[in-house]
Write a protein that binds this ligand. Structure first.
Ligand code: NDP
Length: 497
């Protein structure tokens, strides 16, 4: 007889495990219930109540953003020495390998929404390193719409549903963007064909935020990370993406799973851009501004490693729905920068997971670090790892712990001084259109890409109120006068009165 002691894994064909209630009591038949002849069922039938009550609680809150996603396991390998920049254990030594789990997602849609929607894609990795889990909570675009964290909830509300009609709302969408024109660089990226990737395998990932790589000698550099797809960039046109959304809303999920199943393991090459503190001080862009990139001609990509996805999850809910990423899950040798949006995310991500999964979310197997030991965190809902047994829940002189100095460099880092002010990060100005204009030129390098961009905006913007359309034409004219005129002409052609 098969053992019932491996609930987390799948029983193989022929094993025939004994079916029981959740407390392990064998059940004669899943179809039979205690009842009065062929009438009402009895409250004393635990099998029935157990089944129904559990079913009633199957859903946990979906993520407010990034609800629809797919994921897989894999491995990262260091290909180039970066020990001159950081003491991160995982990056220490060419050839070193670290296991990881990845999750890709759309941002705005609900859990059942279409994979091919025009939307940024989440691109998150959790590395199980010897010195803790290190999460890269990235996107497939190198910039974002906002540079102040307070704008995130309100911006997201404009991308979701109208509070009255419960419909997506083009006026709300463009009203926000055209009144917050620091977003124009990301708008340019989103409405290019890279806003509708063919699959999760065929897109790049970007840290977008600046981080710090540190060394025990007190030195540090600023870095941004690029994950470049080894499969090559492949995109849908607007119409292809719409058709796929109707025919197979789970296309990207299916593509990733089946590619791995076939043994076609997708991989990405990892690069970093590096600025010293002195270079950052003089840099012509504020390196903490999430709406700007570091031009690659000025700050070249330096190779670091490569990762490959080679194993599908066995259970989607347990391993992908419950995987909990946070930019604050860091390890010795890397630290957050002063980017205000990153600072907001350091709070919001674990806060979300405590809400969705509970205070002990790090105990869920897919989230559990290799070597965690923190008996000062006790109890709470679903404390399933033994709750640190008899270990004292305070720094006991009878059971001393080892405290490892991980960041002696901390004191030597940036020093900030200034008055407390109530202010935005930066007012919108001419500098906010420069990189958007550069991207317009980049699109011009590939035949058809500028035309597609104008078309992609026009078929969406045409649904917005006339005042909002006018303001949006002005925003694109700030990028390039010709672009503004083309968008006006094409959009007005599509307006249905
Ligand atoms: P480069 O000429 O050195 O690089 C252009 C970059 O643009 C490449 O990374 C390219 O990716 C990427 N790209 C090409 N088409 C698109 C698209 N439709 N949407 C988004 N990215 C695209 O230029 P710079 O570094 O001087 O930057 C010029 C502009 O390129 C920037 O203003 C920015 O909008 C965009 N960009 C810059 C990045 C950076 O880190 N510097 C990263 C991504 C975009 P690929 O190599 O795959 O063709």
């Amino acid at each position: 007889m098969a053992s019932n002691t491996k609930p987390a894994s799948t029983f193989r064909y022929g094993e025939k495990p004994v079916y029981t209630t959740s407390n392990g009591c064998p059940v004669e038949s899943p179809q039979k219930f205690q009842r009065i002849s062929n009438g009402p069922v009895l409250l004393q039938d635990f099998h029935l109540l157990d089944l129904l009550a559990h079913f009633d609680r199957e859903r946990i809150p979906e993520r407010v953003v990034h609800a629809k996603g797919a994921g897989a396991y894999g491995e990262f390998e260091v290909t180039h020495d970066v020990s001159d920049l950081t003491s991160v254990d995982m990056l220490n030594g060419v050839g070193k390998k670290t296991p990881l789990v990845a999750r890709f997602s759309t941002v705005g849609g609900e859990k059942g929404s279409a994979d091919t929607a025009r939307d940024p894609r989440g691109f998150s990795l959790k590395f199980y390193t010897q010195e803790g889990n290190w999460d890269w909570v990235y996107n497939n675009t190198p910039v974002f719409f906002i540079r102040d964290p307070t704008n995130f909830p309100v911006f997201i509300h404009t991308q979701k549903r109208n509070p009255q009609t419960n419909l997506k709302d083009a006026t709300m969408f463009w009203d926000y963007l055209s009144t917050h024109q620091e977003s124009v660089h990301q708008v340019m990226t989103l409405f290019s064909d890279r806003g509708t990737p063919y699959s999760y395998r065929h897109m790049h990932g970007y840290s977008r935020h600046t981080h710090k790589f540190t060394k025990p000698d007190g030195s540090f550099v600023y870095v941004q990370t690029h994950l470049r797809t080894d499969q090559g960039i492949k995109t849908f046109t607007n119409e292809e993406a719409g058709k796929m959304a109707a025919e197979n809303p789970d296309w990207n999920t299916q593509d990733l799973f089946e590619a791995i199943q076939r043994g076609e393991y997708p991989s990405w090459s990892v690069f970093i851009q590096v600025l010293t503190p002195e270079q950052a001080e003089k840099f012509r862009w504020n390196i903490f501004d999430l709406t700007k990139v570091w031009p690659q001609a000025e700050v070249p990509l330096r190779p670091v490693g490569k990762f490959t996805l080679n194993r599908n999850p066995e259970n989607y809910f347990a391993e992908i729905e419950q995987v909990a990423f946070s930019p604050s899950h860091l390890v010795p040798g890397v630290e957050p920068s002063a980017d205000p949006v990153l600072q907001g995310r350091l709070f919001s991500y674990p806060d979300t997971q405590r809400h969705r999964l509970g205070v002990n979310y790090q105990q869920i197997p897919v989230n559990a670090p290799l070597n965690a030991f923190n008996p000062f965190q006790r109890d709470g809902a679903m404390a399933v790892n033994g709750n640190y047994g008899a270990n004292p829940g305070y720094p006991s002189s009878y059971h001393p712990l080892t405290y490892k100095p991980v960041s002696p460099a901390l004191a030597a880092h940036e020093q900030w001084a200034g008055s407390v002010v109530n202010a935005v990060f930066a007012e919108v100005g001419p500098a906010d259109y420069v990189q958007a204009a550069a991207l317009w030129q980049v699109l011009g390098r590939t035949p058809g890409q500028q035309d597609n961009f104008v078309h992609n905006v026009a078929v969406h913007l045409c649904g917005a109120h006339v005042d909002t359309r006018e303001r949006t034409y002005g925003m694109f004219a700030n990028v390039d006068a010709g672009l503004g005129a083309r968008i006006r002409e094409e959009t007005e052609k599509n307006v249905k009165n």
